[in-house]
Design a protein around this ligand. Structure first.
Ligand SMILES: [Ca+2]
Length: 277
């Protein structure tokens, strides 16, 4: 049975979320329940991400196929008060919808929506598996885009008793880069391929890490990396991990097979030209 997933994405912050969403949809390997829009610590950034998720799904030919929900517009104010939103409510309802099945929440942005869902309905902690792309390289950690954009939410998740998997942004997710040499692998792969190439070229063709793709890849193909099972450290305000203070366990994706991920991404993109993907 395919994993039941929600993808929580700050889709408009740069270009990797668009690749990750496309990879997830065209892989046909998940039971995608929907997408939730995350902010990236700028005014209107959640709305921009929401629009971008819809745009990407439309370009894939999947308009109106999946629910897309708006999330919190900014980071949490404290560790007790959730940011209620359609996204948080959707995560809760999907988590509670089938007691036989875990809901995998793949978070590829600030983790405000998930932390809010936990605060609103703590019982979902036993029903979800959280996979978050964040932080600098394991085991030190450090501030990077996704944890920096809502550190309180990150600390709520780290200190919660739930199933947590971390995909470090540095050392794992930054391994896969695209460059001008990849034009033939991306451009011409349907409307979405042309768009993915266009947003890459807006960055003047400078080689670019596709961080968020790794979060999809390691759930789709767990043997694509090595896994560390570790006591879960406390997450400090500077994003570093305090391994002297632990709570439960977690899994960390390391040593990712970049070539396998790259080959699978480009193989999947070929499906964009198939009549009914
Ligand atoms: Ca992202």
């Amino acid at each position: 049975m395919p994993n039941k997933i929600i993808i929580d994405s700050d889709a408009r912050n740069e270009i990797d979320d668009q690749y990750a969403i496309t990879y997830a949809v065209l892989s046909n390997a998940f039971d995608i329940r929907g997408f939730t829009a995350a902010h990236f610590a700028k005014a209107n950034s959640m709305e921009e991400s929401y629009d971008e998720i819809l745009n990407v799904l439309n370009l894939i030919g999947k308009k109106d196929v999946y629910p897309v929900l708006k999330g919190a517009g900014s980071a949490l104010k404290n560790r007790e008060t959730p940011a209620d939103s359609p996204a948080a409510r959707f995560i809760i309802s999907e988590a509670l919808s089938n007691p036989e099945e875990y809901l995998h929440v793949i978070c590829i942005g600030a983790i405000t929506n998930l932390a809010s869902a936990i605060l609103l309905e703590p019982s979902i902690k036993k029903r979800i598996k959280v996979l978050w792309l964040a932080g600098k390289a394991w085991p030190e950690g450090g501030l990077f885009f996704n944890n920096r954009n809502d550190m309180l939410a990150a600390q709520i998740v780290f200190s919660s008793e739930l199933n947590l998997t971390l995909v470090p942004a540095c050392g794992t997710a930054n391994k896969l880069k695209i460059s001008l040499l990849d034009k033939r692998n991306i451009k011409g792969k349907g409307d979405i391929g042309n768009y993915l190439w266009k947003i890459f070229m807006r960055r003047f063709g400078i080689p670019k890490a596709l961080y968020d793709v790794a979060a999809i890849a390691v759930l789709k193909s767990p043997d694509m990396c090595n896994w560390i099972k570790s006591p879960r450290p406390a997450l400090m305000n500077n994003g570093e991990y305090n391994h002297a203070s632990t709570n439960g366990t977690m899994h960390v994706a390391v040593d990712i097979d970049r070539d396998a991920m790259r080959n699978d991404l480009f193989s999947v993109l070929n499906r964009a030209n198939e009549p009914d993907v």
